[in-house]
Structures are given as C-alpha cells and as structure tokens.
Design a binder for this molecule. Sequence first.
Ligand SMILES: NC(=O)c1ccc[n+]([C@@H]2O[C@H](COP(=O)([O-])OP(=O)(O)OC[C@H]3O[C@@H](n4cnc5c(N)ncnc54)[C@H](OP(=O)(O)O)[C@@H]3O)[C@@H](O)[C@H]2O)c1
Length: 374
Amino acid sequence: MGVRADDAGVWGWQPSSRAGGSNLPSCCRAPWQEGVCHRGLWFRRLLVEPIVKVMFAVYAARIDRDEPLSGLELGERPAPEARPGWSTVNVKAASLNHHDLWSLRGVGLAEDKLPMILGCDAAGVDEDGNEVVLHSVIGQSGHGVGPKEPRSILTERYQGTFAEQVAVPTWNVLPKPKELSFEEAACLPTAWLTAYRMLFTNAGVRPGDSVLVQGAGGGVATAAIVLGKAAGLRVFATSRDEAKRKRALELGAVEAVESGARLPQRVDAVIETVGAATWSHSVKSLKPGGTLVISGATSGDRPSHAELTRIFFLELKVVGSTMGTKDELEDLLSFCAATGVRPVIDEVLPMDRAREGFERMESGEQFGKIVLTN
Ligand SMILES: NC(=O)c1ccc[n+]([C@@H]2O[C@H](COP(=O)([O-])OP(=O)(O)OC[C@H]3O[C@@H](n4cnc5c(N)ncnc54)[C@H](OP(=O)(O)O)[C@@H]3O)[C@@H](O)[C@H]2O)c1
C-alpha cells in the first residue's frame, strides 16, 4: 500500500487578514501558494494536501458488452477510508464469480459507478487481527447503509474484494472457521452460498431426493454437487465436456451426462444456472410437482422452448433464487467445518495475475472456483 497526494482532492484555503476573512469562491482555487483572486483579494493557500492511501486492485475501468475483458484493469486505486459502522479487512484471498464478467459487460454495474474494484467474495484479517469471511450482500439488514437503500452485492454500489483491502458494514463480517483456509473460505460467500440456498431453502429437497445440476463445471454447480452429495441427495449432473463429467462423478454425482441428454430417471429438483441452453432439458427432467430453482442464465435468458405447457400441466414449480442470508452463510461455514466438505478450487493465482483467471472463466474451461490471493 502506498500514499500519494490526491490531485483531484479538495484544497484547503486560508484567507489572509488582507482578504477580510471571507470565504473564497471555487474559481479562485488555483494551485499556487499565494495570489490575488478575481475580486482583487490577496490570499495564501493553507498548506493542506489531502493524502490518499492507494492499493493494488483489479477493477472495471470500462464497460464492454462484447469484449468484457477489454475494460479490465490492474493498478492503483484508493484504499478504503474508515467510516462509522464499517470495517476494513485486509484481503488474503478472493474468488472469481461469473458475476465479475457480467459486471464488465455492464450487467448490474452502471457506467457512473466506474471505476469499480471487482470481486464479491473474500476472506481476510480485520482491524483487530481476527480471521474473517465477508457476507457480500450489503444492506440486507439495513446495517451500515441508509434506511431506504436497497440491498446490493459488493461491486454494484460498493468497491469489491480484488484488492489489498475492502470495506464492508461490520455486520457483514463473520468469523472464519479455523478448519478452512483463506482460499477455501473465500469461495463460499457467493457461489457456494447461492448453491446452499438453492438446494436447502428453495428446492425443498430432503435426504434421499434426487436433483439435477446443470453445467457441472461452474462455481455454483460444483458447490451444488458437493453439498447435495454431503446432504444425502442423489445428484445427477450435465456438462458439455467429458473431462468435467468425469470430475462430477468424482465429486459424488451418481451419473453425469452430456448437456441435453436424457437422464435415467426424472428428478425432484433442478439446480439451473446455465439458462437458455439447458432450460428445456431442466423442465423435461422434473418429476410431476418437481421444483426448478434458477439463479443464473450464463448462456442467455431467452430459451427457445420455455416448455410452458409442461410447467402448468405437471404442476412444476419455478423458483428464483439469489445469493443467501447471513444466517445461511453461517450455516454453510458450519456445515463445511463439521462435515469436512471443502470448496472445489480450480486454480489459485496471485492477484496480479487476475487477468488469466478472468480469461479462463470467460472460456468456460474451469472446474470449480478460481481464487486470487494477496
Ligand atoms: N443469483 C445469484 O445470486 C447468483 C449467484 C452466483 C451465480 N449466479 C449466476 O449463475 C451463473 C453461473 O455462475 P458461476 O459463477 O457458477 O459461473 P461459472 O463458474 O462461469 O460456470 C458457468 C458454467 O455454465 C456452463 N455453461 C456455460 N455456457 C453453457 C452453454 N452454452 N451450454 C451449457 N452449459 C454452459 C458451463 O458448464 P460446463 O462447461 O460444465 O457445461 C460453465 O462451467 C452465472 O450466470 C452467474 O451470474 C447468480
């Protein structure tokens, strides 16, 4: 972390006795030590130069819908400043989510919020030296934000975790279980929390039930396979890639088939994050009365076959799901600590090689989570 005088910062001014003590208008704020303003008043600049701490960060500098990585930059950004009710965390590890690519495409991130440090997940050390994990939904409980502020995910409104430090409302800071490494803990707050809520809150499945996980290689998908297996579910998976299907079996899926291929049986629930490319297959794979839980649409949100007739005729349930609550994150951390379940990590890279991680995620080659470390 370094410091530099902020060129764009606010200059302090001290009118001299000859200036009659009046406040000087902004047009007089020229960068000289002494001078005469437009009213002929002599003044002396107060020797105050705001010091801004800077840190290394990975951030969205521009939005590009077609070539998202062209807007990705690595370099210096201002470090977070202390604010009441918020904590600053030294980031040890942070993990990539498809959300970060969506942000670079301008989905959920407006131009007027740029530059924006990316990254929703992190584990690190707080100001008191505690090892912590962040809950990245800000404003869910009203803590640390204005009373009418809608909830947001880090990087939508507040700077993200791909940096040396990140600031969040203190309410959003949870203790990291000692059983989990920083890298493992950093995988949990977004993709794994989403999978946890999809399975155990929204799909309504019980041990012994069957579930289909689409797009086995994804961060949410690998989480759903591992969590589902650990909770006694019969997990089926699909992937476009044979090697990923093999890995899905190793993680505990009872069967892994090519995307779109018929399953040996219909399932009680489907965990859908791929969207348009797998939607029809998801609907067709459900038992009557089954539940399709959707939290993402990586391949697009306009399926060519919506299967509406099948949905109403078989009384299927379609449930939207987004992130999870702080309580659910606490339960997930405890579940991992107690069962020995650990996030599936594809690759760990130092933060300054973040671009490689983004490229891998964009190409869809990864199996599990890509983690960046400081
Ligand atoms: N609502 C929420 O709170 C929430 C939270 C987390 C994620 N999400 C969303 O969920 C989605 C997945 O996120 P993630 O971080 O898990 O992403 P990811 O790690 O990049 O995984 C995406 C997976 O989708 C599959 N896929 C992509 N294009 C496909 C296609 N055309 N046909 C079939 N499969 C395809 C791939 O699996 P295979 O290569 O194995 O086929 C790929 O591994 C994203 O859209 C993300 O924005 C939403």
